[in-house]
Write a protein that binds this ligand. Sequence first.
Ligand SMILES: Nc1ncnc2c1ncn2[C@@H]1O[C@H](COP(=O)(O)OP(=O)(O)OP(=O)(O)O)[C@@H](O)[C@H]1O
Ligand SMILES: [Mg+2]
Length: 268
Amino acid sequence: MLQLHDVSTYYGQIRALEWVNLEVRTGEIVTVIGANGAGKTTLLNTICGILSPKHGEIVFAGKPISNRQAEALVQLGICHVPERRQVFSTMSVTDNLLLGAYHRRDKQVQPDMRQVYELFPILEKRRNQMAGTLSGGEQQMLAIARGMMSRPKLLMLDEPSVGLAPLMVREILHIVADLRARGTTILLIEQNARAALQVADRGYVLETGRVVLSGTAKELLADEGVQKAYLGKSNRLQLARCRAGLTTYACVEDKSINSCVMCPNGNK
Ligand SMILES: Nc1ncnc2c1ncn2[C@@H]1O[C@H](COP(=O)(O)OP(=O)(O)OP(=O)(O)O)[C@@H](O)[C@H]1O
Ligand SMILES: [Mg+2]
């Protein structure tokens, strides 16, 4: 459905994406994991036409889309739910949902609204409430639900669970799996890498703008580097001595000193 071939994106002189190759096949959930500043948001903004790539090609449903306007891409079926759940806070839940369908000329908007309310019963309960009065989790659901009102073929979610309680994170990811089961293809950016890899089919690891690893979600969950960097195992440190005899920190898992913070040359 979506392919990126050697895509590089710059902010002025700063290169934020470097030769990125990535594919999302129809019916998949693909996740991109990476540290803060790795380029995840830049990646989604490049795909949805907010940013233009300096090099490379983006192909959607067999057509090159690299320099199309964001508006045209919505018409083609690409929907982007940006980070920090941007809902229209002084508008009602229903009006927010209708805005998601603003470009549609078909007669299925009302039936789709009913379907979205079936999927998000809490939103139906709150349908006349101003979006700004919803809880963080409810606003995130509204942002996703509004995206669904555009009938996307590809739904791109930028950190949908950021700032939410663990129970709400589960709920959101459950919804993501549900949307896929109903036929939407999903590209998911998620700070909670473990939870994302648990719902995804495949994943990519982005480091300083480059794809450094890709594979099935199962492969990435089992990968030692991914575990240490993104699944929280590297946090368990204990005091140890490095080869130069200085006191430093070592990873509890393997008792080895990965990098000595005391030695000027990072003696291992
Ligand atoms: N508008 C901008 N102007 C200049 N540099 C930018 C701009 N937006 C992002 N960057 C830089 O591009 C790089 C990638 O940023 P990006 O926001 O894509 O990362 P991210 O992986 O989404 O991070 P986070 O996990 O914090 O959301 C960073 O080094 C960032 O400082
Ligand atoms: Mg981001």
